[in-house]
Design a protein around this ligand. Structure first.
Ligand SMILES: C[S@@+](CC[C@H](N)C(=O)[O-])C[C@H]1O[C@@H](n2cnc3c(N)ncnc32)[C@H](O)[C@@H]1O
Length: 365
């Protein structure tokens, strides 16, 4: 934490949420740049086509659970340049692909040359029957940061364009309540927390678009028993982790309190709208019978467990294959390496998968 004056960026005056919003999504923002996310870091989607294959198998299970509807929605939420939705369409069995309506939901513009079957939107369609899949979205939903001062009071951290910080006012009402519920800060100077309320709301709104099917959020996550004492706010630029600087030059990200997101969507889906009152925003486009769908059990598991449940095979091929079919052996070896990366302890395998079935049984159970 720095003092009052800030070098280069003027006096720090904005919370991290507002500063990040402008830096990532404002005019000329980081995520509006032509190179896209893949120019700066690797997600599971970029790591291997096996990931899209597993998501395609998940979509097929959702399709079965829905009784093979005439139109099956697949929504790639926060789609980057549409890599996942393209891979899923390519991996689907032809009869399922023929019934699939594929959406990429993304703040950035549609990339040229994208498969014409993919509908590009800036927000999810109002009613989804199928699978909504959000890979590394919520960590990029901007959040404010709180830090405990010398008197033991959690204060908002203010930041200048050069990344220098100072403490602002005490954390206000709804954010303070979120901290108390999900990330209580002991009165020890310097402890920090990222206030996940905007992510809870974003996820609840996305789940609110589900008519029937499954919503999945995949991200690096933590839960109440193991919050990081100083938070996780960081930056990425050209493949490297950097200090987070809200000037549009780098990604700004923080791990996601997925347990809070799970609870937020459960509450949003099960709270009845009082008679005569306007429906909650997430339910605004829904009929009363649709709103009556309750969540049949949101569940959090690791990517390793989720991909194993989706039959992602990581076993090395038998050595005998090397002599009978060397090309197949090399392919199988590469595939095993990619599966190992997607399920690696200490890496992508530790990511959290938040599954929210809506009106169907959990297809990974
Ligand atoms: C870390 S990238 C992940 C891209 C892709 N899902 C992947 O896994 O490779 C995050 C993406 O989320 C997008 N994004 C953030 N907030 C969004 C929102 N509210 N609606 C649509 N896209 C959003 C950003 O523009 C960015 O492309």
């Amino acid at each position: 934490m720095t003092g009052e004056a800030t070098a280069g960026g003027g006096p720090a005056g904005r919370g991290w949420r507002e500063a990040t919003e402008a830096a990532l999504y404002g005019p000329g923002g980081f995520y509006r740049r032509p190179e896209g996310p893949a120019g700066h870091f690797r997600t599971s989607v970029h790591a291997s086509a096996l990931f899209a294959g597993a998501v395609a198998r998940l979509l097929c299970r959702v399709d079965e659970a829905l009784g093979r509807p005439a139109t099956l929605d697949f929504v790639d939420m926060a789609a980057g340049r549409g890599e996942l939705v393209s891979g899923v369409l390519a991996a689907l069995p032809a009869p399922v692909a023929a019934r699939t309506r594929a959406y990429a939901v993304e703040i950035a513009g549609r990339p040229s040359g994208l498969d014409e079957r993919i509908v590009w939107r800036s927000e999810p369609p109002p009613a989804v029957t199928g699978l909504l899949f959000a890979n590394e979205w919520l960590d990029n939903v901007p959040v404010d940061v709180a830090e405990v001062d010398a008197a033991g009071v959690p204060r908002l951290v203010l930041v200048a364009d050069d990344g220098s910080e100072r403490l602002g006012p005490p954390v206000p009402g709804p954010e303070a309540r979120w901290l108390a519920r999900w990330w209580p800060l002991p009165a020890e100077e310097g402890l920090r927390a990222e206030i996940g309320l905007p992510r809870d709301r974003a996820w609840a709104a996305a789940v609110g678009r589900m008519e029937q099917g499954l919503a999945v959020a995949v991200d690096y996550a933590h839960t109440a028993p193991a919050r990081p004492p100083y938070g996780t706010l960081t930056g990425f630029r050209e493949g490297r982790e950097t200090a987070p600087v809200p000037d549009g030059s780098c990604d700004i990200t923080a791990h996601v309190a997925l347990d809070a997101c799970a609870e937020a969507c459960r509450a949003a889906r099960t709270t009845p709208t009082p008679p005569g009152a306007a429906p909650a925003p997430a339910d605004a486009a829904r009929t009363p019978s649709e709103q009556a769908h309750t969540l049949t059990g949101a569940r959090l598991l690791t990517q390793r467990a989720a991909l194993r449940a989706l039959d992602l095979a990581g076993a090395r091929p038998p050595l005998a294959l090397a002599s009978t079919d060397p090309a197949a052996y090399v392919r199988a070896l590469a595939s095993a390496g990619e599966a190992a990366e997607l399920t690696a302890p200490g890496g992508l395998g530790d990511f959290g998968w938040l599954l929210v079935p809506v009106g169907i049984a959990d297809p990974l159970a």
